[in-house]
Design a protein around this ligand. Structure first.
Ligand SMILES: [Zn+2]
Ligand SMILES: [Zn+2]
Length: 444
């Protein structure tokens, strides 16, 4: 049985009555300050329009060359897909696939899925296959990395300026515009659409109680005392749509009544899977740093560059900012992710109650920065496809790139498998007055 008037924090499991929010307001969890709920029904038109514009810009960005190199009259240019073909032919199929998914396939699916659910919703129609599209949207969102790719283009330009004249082409500007539009789309939380659909379905069937009835204390933050967490209240939170359902301990294969996802109180085997993925990432971190990620072959020399030697090269040639960006993205972020997830998994396993709020913040940071380590992979893809001047110089990708890309993907998977509610499970029930209060923040 679903409980549409309640909402559980997805990071700490605290249970709240769903606050009635004004336009563009959002509610935050008072225990771990995760965003609980946001009123964005009024934004549908704006997000729909930006998504259409982003899709057109995306097609332009993918059809034209990004930059052109001119080395003493020999020119070479490349579009993103051209770069992927070069990588593929050189035997770097795994790196080519990673870049293809992160910069082409997943962003495209995200925009199409978003338009597919948004456009009919504006007219009050729930599109057929709405549940499936929302699941697709949720799946591809963390893996689309066009903003990281944009920074990768800039790093590649700085790198290439030293060997040739760099001429910006159409797609460079298209990618820049696309990055801005996608930032607006990324700020939109599609989970709010489930509630829009609930309201539409309730109006259609007229069997559900009216929204007024569902919100007896609407408009104010203080509510009747509620049990501390969804788990203590005997409720399971659907990890796809966030609906709360009464737990039935002896029922098998229970599914969410709203989106048909299997229900679990906690992600099954969360810690074991996190550890497995983390260990694999930690092992691959060694070849990722020891093996060359790029080989430069010229008449004079044949040189392999590891991640670190590439950074040193930037530093020595005076490109300190680029050296710092690549150092942070490629060395610091993977190390931080490995150690932070290790710490989170270890403390949760020991059922530690130490600094739960800070550990939740750490988890949010890991989730947010994970994608930025892909930067070097994008720089490699662009450099490899552009620097092809025969005897003058050819750059190829090295085996370190495969290991490095795998580390990024494995640590991202590890942070997705980890269940942050495990951090809060051992914490004794939070005081009632803390939970009765839902902070409201205005967005503007
Ligand atoms: Zn919380
Ligand atoms: Zn659900």
């Amino acid at each position: 049985m679903p409980y549409p008037t309640l909402v559980a924090c997805r990071h700490c499991d605290a249970l709240y009555r769903k606050p009635r929010l004004q336009r563009r307001q959002s509610a935050r969890c008072s225990r771990c300050s995760t965003a609980l709920y946001r009123e964005n029904a009024a934004q549908l038109d704006r997000i729909g329009a930006i998504t259409v514009a982003a899709l057109v810009t995306f097609l332009i960005a993918q059809s034209f060359p990004i930059i052109e190199l001119d080395a003493n009259g020999i020119t070479s240019q490349s579009s993103l897909l051209g770069a992927l073909v070069v990588l593929w032919r050189e035997g770097m199929q795994s790196v080519a696939s990673m870049v293809f998914c992160a910069t082409f396939l997943f962003p495209l699916i995200e925009m199409i899925a978003l338009l597919y659910v948004l456009l009919p919703l504006r007219r009050g129609i729930v599109a057929p296959g709405f549940n499936l599209m929302m699941k697709a949207l949720r799946f591809v969102r963390p893996w689309g990395m066009l903003e990281v790719f944009m920074v990768g283009i800039l790093v590649a330009i700085v790198k290439l300026v030293s060997i040739a004249r760099v001429i910006p082409e159409t797609a460079l500007f298209a990618f820049a515009a696309l990055t801005l539009m996608l930032a607006v789309i990324a700020a939109f939380d599609p989970r709010g659409l489930w509630d829009v659909v609930d309201r539409l379905r309730a109006r259609g069937t007229d069997r559900s109680p009216s929204p007024q009835h569902q919100h007896p204390h609407h408009g104010e933050g203080r509510e009747t005392p509620s049990p501390t967490t969804a788990r203590e209240a005997g409720l399971d939170c659907c990890h796809v749509c966030g609906q709360l359902e009464a737990r039935q301990p002896h029922a098998h294969d229970r599914r969410c009544t709203r989106c048909d996802t299997p229900l679990h109180t906690r992600r099954p085997d969360a810690l074991r899977r996190t550890w497995a993925l983390l260990s694999a990432a930690a092992i691959l971190y060694i070849p990722a740093n020891v093996l060359p990620i790029m080989n430069t072959a010229t008449l004079a020399h044949d040189r392999g560059d590891t991640i670190l030697s590439g950074i040193v090269h930037f530093w020595l040639t005076g490109e300190w900012l680029i050296a710092a960006i690549v150092f942070i993205a490629s060395i610091m972020v993977p190390l931080l992710k490995l150690s932070a997830l290790g710490l989170l998994a270890l403390t949760s396993q020991r059922r530690s109650t130490w600094r739960s709020a800070e550990r939740t913040t750490l988890y949010r940071i890991v989730e947010f920065i994970g994608r930025w380590s892909m930067l070097d992979i994008f720089v490699i893809a662009l450099t490899v496809s552009l620097v092809r001047f025969g005897s003058f110089g050819v750059v190829t990708a090295g085996p370190g790139a495969i290991a490095f890309g795998s580390v990024v993907i494995l640590t991202m998977l590890a942070s997705m498998q980890f269940d942050p509610r495990l951090i809060w499970d051992p914490v004794p029930g939070a005081t009632q007055e803390r939970l009765q209060h839902t902070k409201e923040h205005s967005n503007d």
